[in-house]
Ligand binder design. Structure first.
Ligand SMILES: *Cc1c(COP(=O)(O)O)cnc(C)c1O
Length: 228
């Protein structure tokens, strides 16, 4: 067996390798470039011992949903391995905006004017520039966060006026329903507003999201196993 085949087999045999293969397959079905999708490994609730093997396997982009949990976990891991990119995928309180801006390279949950203002202030103070995704409440479920669809144009205008580095849109479709229409609508909204990045797709539906144009998929349990 050649070394490259052996390597390909071991890579595919790990959850990370298997997931990368599935993403690449979805990209090819949709005639998208290989590597067009960034895999965010969502490591919320996982400890350093669970995370380090993924870092060792080459994964460099991770997602967390709570600022305090991420602050407790990541600086030590980042000291050992430089070049890790951290994404905040969970809801953010305005009073944690500065902590979030200091730690995270991207924030996926920008969903209201008060948070836009708090982030703009924190960015100004820290001279950092995390990529901002505007979260849309695509399934009309306010408890999940996200900006009501009708308010998106105004929120986008405010974010632009405040100088936020806007990457694109993020959504979390309703559980238990076919996610495809929600992903398609989010992609259309992004196109309509001239935004290129699309954060959508989780463990159960990331392939669908990739075929519909996701540039960032947020995958937790398919990589780490079920959350306890
Ligand atoms: C937890 C979480 C994910 C990952 O969910 P899995 O189903 O474990 O893949 C993705 N996005 C957000 C916003 C999350 O909170």
């Amino acid at each position: 067996m050649t070394a490259s085949i052996a390597r390909a087999m071991t890579e595919t045999a790990t959850p990370l390798g298997h997931l990368r293969d599935r993403i690449a397959h979805a990209e090819s079905i949709a005639r998208r470039d290989r590597g067009a999708t960034t895999l965010i490994a969502v490591s919320k609730t996982r400890d350093a011992a669970a995370i380090q093997p993924l870092i060792d396997a080459g994964q460099r982009v991770f997602g967390e949903n709570r600022v305090q949990e991420a602050q407790a976990k990541w600086p030590a891991l980042q000291d050992v391995t430089p070049g890790i990119e951290l994404h905040l995928v969970g809801q953010l309180q305005s009073n944690k905006a500065e902590d979030a801006v200091r730690l995270f390279d991207a924030i996926h949950s920008v969903d209201r004017p008060s948070l836009v203002a708090a982030l703009a202030k924190a960015i100004d103070k820290t001279s950092r520039a995390p990529a901002c995704f505007l979260q849309v409440d695509i399934g009309d479920e306010p408890q999940k966060g996200g900006c009501p669809l009708a308010d998106l144009p105004a929120l986008l205008a405010e974010a632009k006026a405040a100088g936020l580095p806007i990457a694109g849109l993020m959504c979390v479709p309703p559980a238990g329903l076919d996610a495809a229409p929600y992903f398609a609508l989010t992609a259309k909204l992004a196109r309509d507003h001239g935004l290129t990045a699309l954060s959508m797709g989780m463990s159960d539906d990331f392939e669908t999201a990739v075929t519909l144009g996701a540039t960032h998929v947020r995958v937790g349990s398919a990589l780490f196993g079920p959350r306890g």
